[in-house]
Design a protein. Structure first.
Length: 448
């Protein structure tokens, strides 16, 4: 995750009320002020203008160095020369204009009670680089139950649908995250759709319902192609996305040519790490040298499925489920990477401080809905193709906080991306940071 403020400038548009104030000053002078006061007033106003400008610059510098911008702050300051002469005081406030995707700083300088105000317009130009922090294809609903159980997480939160934030939710790097960036839709197809084995021969989904049935194949004289591609539970007699999911892992990824370990992963049917039927895992159930586990069924995990308390080298492994995947109190060690992928839904619950949370890292992808309830601390990248719900629910003081920080490895290096995440998982994304949901306006983080 990188939040880099690109600073640049085009044109400074200073809407200064200085000119107006000066005219007023002349008007006052016409009412009988002397020439000396006249000159002093002009001098003060010019000084006040520069003091205000300095205040605006100071405010801009403060905003430009923040990871997240908190709007409507006010800075009060005093402008002092190097030889400690007080030139004047200023007040600067930054105010967003979400309608134009810009913000402006209003700064007022005061010199000997004479005031000048400067208004400088700015825009946003911040790029985000890194894996999706919290993402969803469907709606995202974030609910912090109360002060006792708040959500505090790294953003930006990204959804191809809507993001709803309720209660005590604090998203850093994404305070303005109700945006709709073009998150990709991960897929498990390596070839043409309905050509699961990618041999170029396939039956057509003639009624466009997302499934090729045996009847459809028969009508096309494509029984042989159908049989070759109908690899997931052939008795279902249909080729669909779940077939592709199954084929992707058990055949394609399992192939030494297609995984970064360059070895047979043992997740083909009959393989050492291919399980059929629902499975439950707890710490110590799976040896440390296992890269990936495939379960054709539902998976329930208590804390972790590998040893995590002891020393030794960091563990990285992946668990795939064709059904739902649930984990209670996810727990691992520094340097560990636990990757969970489910074709069905994903569910996690836990509490803060209970066994330490995922001190290492965790990556989650679900083809269904994802729900995180109660609290816990995780270094997490999560993406649900369906609805993503994070709800602290409970109100136990301290224990039901949900605190999510982004995974620690730099995924710009493909070798750091966990094996088993689906194709097009947003492992490295870059986009302009918008403060409103309107991609038609180019974000800027510079004076305009
Ligand atoms: Ca085929
Ligand atoms: Ca069909």
């Amino acid at each position: 995750m990188r939040m880099a403020a690109r600073k640049g400038f085009i044109i400074i548009i200073v809407v200064a009320s200085l000119a107006v104030l000066m005219l007023m000053a002349w008007a006052i002078i016409d009412f009988g002020c002397g020439e000396i006061l006249n000159t002093k007033m002009r001098s003060d106003l010019v000084s006040a203008y520069y003091v205000a400008g300095s205040g605006a610059e100071y405010m801009y510098a403060q905003l430009a160095t923040q990871d997240a911008v908190y709007w409507n702050p006010t800075f009060n300051g005093t402008l002092i020369t190097p030889d400690n002469v007080v030139l004047g005081t200023y007040t600067a406030t930054a105010i967003p204009n979400f309608a134009t995707n810009t913000f402006y700083i209003v700064a007022t300088g005061v010199v000997n009670t004479h005031r000048a105000t400067v208004v400088v317009s700015y825009g946003f130009l911040e790029n985000y680089h890194g894996p999706v922090s919290v993402g969803s294809g469907g709606p995202m609903v974030l609910t912090g139950a109360s002060q006792a159980a708040q959500i505090k997480m790294d953003g930006p939160a990204m959804s191809n649908s809507t993001i709803t934030s309720n209660g005590d939710v604090n998203i850093s790097n994404g305070s303005f995250s109700n945006i709709v960036p073009p998150l990709p839709t991960p897929t498990f197809w390596t070839g043409q759709k309905f050509d699961t084995n990618n041999d170029g021969s396939f039956a057509v989904d003639t009624n466009s319902d997302g499934v090729v049935t045996r009847a459809e194949a028969l009508a096309q004289g494509k029984e042989a192609a159908f049989d070759a591609d109908n690899v997931y539970q052939p008795s279902r007699n249909q080729i669909d996305d779940k077939t592709a999911f199954y084929h992707y892992y058990t055949t394609y990824l399992n192939d030494p040519a297609n995984n970064k370990y360059h070895q047979d992963l043992g997740i083909t049917p009959g393989g050492s790490y291919h399980y059929t039927g629902n499975q439950s895992f707890k710490p110590g159930d799976i040896p440390a040298n296992v890269h990936i586990i495939f379960v054709d069924g539902n998976v329930t995990i208590d804390q972790n499925d590998q040893e995590w308390k002891g020393g030794g080298t960091a563990l990285a492994h992946t668990i795939i489920a064709t059904g739902t995947l649930s984990i209670t109190q996810p727990t691992n060690r520094p340097g560990d990477m636990l990757t969970l992928v489910s074709y069905g839904d994903f569910y996690s619950t836990g509490q803060m401080g209970n066994q330490g949370g995922t001190i290492g890292d965790m990556a989650v992808y679900t083809n269904g809905n994802a729900t995180l309830e109660h609290g816990g601390k995780m270094h997490l990248s999560i993406y649900a193709l369906g609805t993503l719900t994070i709800d602290t629910i409970g109100t136990e003081q301290g224990k039901d906080h949900r605190m999510l920080t982004l995974v620690t490895p730099d995924w710009t290096d493909p070798n750091n991306i966990p094996v088993g995440l689906p194709l097009q998982y947003p492992a490295y994304i870059s986009y302009g940071f918008l403060i409103k949901s309107d991609s038609s306006q180019k974000p800027r983080w510079q004076r305009i």
